[in-house]
Design a protein around this ligand. Sequence first.
Ligand SMILES: C[S@@+](CC[C@H](N)C(=O)[O-])C[C@H]1O[C@@H](n2cnc3c(N)ncnc32)[C@H](O)[C@@H]1O
Length: 206
Amino acid sequence: MTQSATLAGAFDELADSYDHRHHEDIARALIAWVAPGADEAVADVACGAGAVARQLALGRPDGAGPVLAVDLSAGMVAAGRDRAADLGLESAIDWRVGDAVPLPVADHSLDVVLCASSLHFLGRRAPADWLRALRPGGRVGFTLPLATHFRPSGRFAAHVARDVPLPRTAEEASAWTTACGFTEAASRVHVLGTRQVVVTSAAAPG
Ligand SMILES: C[S@@+](CC[C@H](N)C(=O)[O-])C[C@H]1O[C@@H](n2cnc3c(N)ncnc32)[C@H](O)[C@@H]1O
């Protein structure tokens, strides 16, 4: 079995017991930090059950295209589809099961790329692909666990990318984002009970 299939299987098994409330809180913080326009072309990268995509879809005006939502785990996407259907959002999200890197979009076609709680699985190749997918001046937003508060269980720890350094501070997250080729990086620490994540926004050059 490939690494990707093993990881997808682990998230498939987690889908029924997933902590939606925690991830919806993070998604809200991410969306507030990046503030995408209601009708902008947006991708939710490694969307899981679509915590980001569902919140964006709720505010989408008629005529705006769907939010693209991509994840390796068919089980997580199925959970997201069910939750979106409960909200009447069937056509507002374009769900895809597969590797989110590269994103299944043309070069420079997206206004905004959002990635909640997943970049540490995707690796450094993800921000490189976001620079390809975003239009000049388009925006990226992601969250990462704070290094001091990250305790992945064994089966997930094995899949954490070594080339994405978990930040110890907001400043470290912004510096890494700038080193990846983005401009205007701004980060803050978001506290959720005993857990803490860094929320970062930045722009594609141009
Ligand atoms: C902790 S969950 C976060 C999901 C979602 N973004 C959220 O905020 O709830 C991490 C997700 O990353 C997905 N993932 C990991 N590597 C991936 C890849 N290469 N392509 C697509 N999805 C991936 C997993 O399947 C899982 O759903």
